[in-house]
Design a protein around this ligand. Structure first.
Ligand code: GRF
Length: 218
């Protein structure tokens, strides 16, 4: 069993990467108060002027725009990593960050992502649209650890919602979004409090009473 986060003092320092409106960032900012085991200490966007940056400013969290334009992928990954390390970040949360990050970025810290589908179904762009088009009856959200694939890493939390007959991508995505916010806060709490380990690809959470629970299967 491998712990996903090394030892360290609470609250753990979180960096959030964004590219857009930032509703998941807002959920994390709202949660990271009081005895929650994490604080958002850095928000980085690859796109200037997105609303997520405004949300961070309103919460008093330092922001930075680091454009990927004209940079080789590896160089961007290292620049981004260096920036977050300089901010003392220990856990990275992707919150609508529209870039794939390579191994050079991912090594050595937990990187979490939220995806609007029940992975491993419908990875990549437009998870809700893929669900509508496929005619499934249940859709949902997944929070997972990021690995070198696209939406392929170990699953930390999932929640489902029904797909209704008249759903469009927008109506289904709107039903999924509140689940994303809840699950992201739950997963970050578990990771930050050092209660998540990996058994192969399967995440195991140690509950407060010391009991272990396999997130997937088991
Ligand atoms: C969310 O649907 C998330 O699952 C996906 O991108 C969207 C970001 O929304 N990865 P927001 O910027 O957090 O509001």
């Amino acid at each position: 069993m491998t712990a996903v986060l090394g030892p360290g003092a609470l609250p753990r320092r979180v960096g959030v990467l964004v590219s857009g409106r930032g509703s998941n960032l807002q959920a994390l900012l709202d949660a990271c108060v009081g005895d929650f085991p994490a604080r958002v200490v850095s928000v980085v966007s690859n796109i200037p002027d997105v609303y997520a940056l405004e949300r961070a400013r309103q919460a008093g969290v330092p922001t930075r725009v680091l454009s990927h334009r004209g940079k080789p992928r590896d160089a961007y990954d290292l620049e981004l990593r260096g920036q977050l390390l300089a901010d003392g970040v220990e856990i990275v949360c992707l919150a609508g960050f529209m870039r794939v990050l390579g191994p050079g970025f991912l090594q050595g810290w937990p990187v979490l992502n939220v995806h609007p589908a029940l992975l491993p179904a419908f990875p990549g762009m437009h998870g809700a649209k893929q669900a509508v088009d496929a005619g499934v009856t249940q859709a949902g959200a997944t929070v997972h650890l990021v690995d070198a694939g696209v939406d392929t890493g170990p699953i930390l939390a999932q929640g489902s919602v029904p797909v209704l007959p008249d759903d469009t991508e927008d109506t289904l995505a709107a039903r999924i979004l509140p689940i994303e916010h809840l699950l992201y806060v739950q997963a970050l709490r578990q990771v930050a409090s050092g209660r998540v380990a990996l058994d192969g690809r399967r995440a195991v959470v140690t509950l407060r009473d010391g009991e272990r629970r396999w997130v997937t299967g088991g």
